[in-house]
Unconditional design. Structure first.
Length: 95
């Protein structure tokens, strides 16, 4: 896993394949997560897009601590793709 295209292909396979089967539709999952985060924090600032961005930030934080884990980079690419897809749908304010 050393070429960028290969890394992106792994991320695509995860987002479109295994993770979709495991967790369901990515958009619905991020809408649901936003609603839970808003309820937990008692505020209404998260939407599906911001959840995907925050998950990418979590992966970035993991890169800064502990040992190297290539999966963090694959997952970051996946969350970036999900954030872009949600934004492209024009649904970035879903709650």
């Amino acid at each position: 896993m050393t070429d960028p295209g290969g890394i992106l292909e792994i991320a695509r396979q995860l987002v479109d394949g295994y993770r979709a089967e495991q967790h369901g539709d990515f958009h619905e999952l991020h809408i649901r997560t936003a609603a839970l985060w808003n309820a937990y924090f008692g505020i209404t600032i998260f939407d599906a897009h911001s959840v995907a961005v925050c998950m990418g930030l979590l992966k970035t934080a993991r890169m800064k601590s502990g040992e190297y884990n290539g999966d963090d980079y694959v997952d970051l690419a996946g969350y970036a793709a999900i954030a872009c897809a949600i934004r492209n749908k024009g649904d970035s304010d879903d709650q």
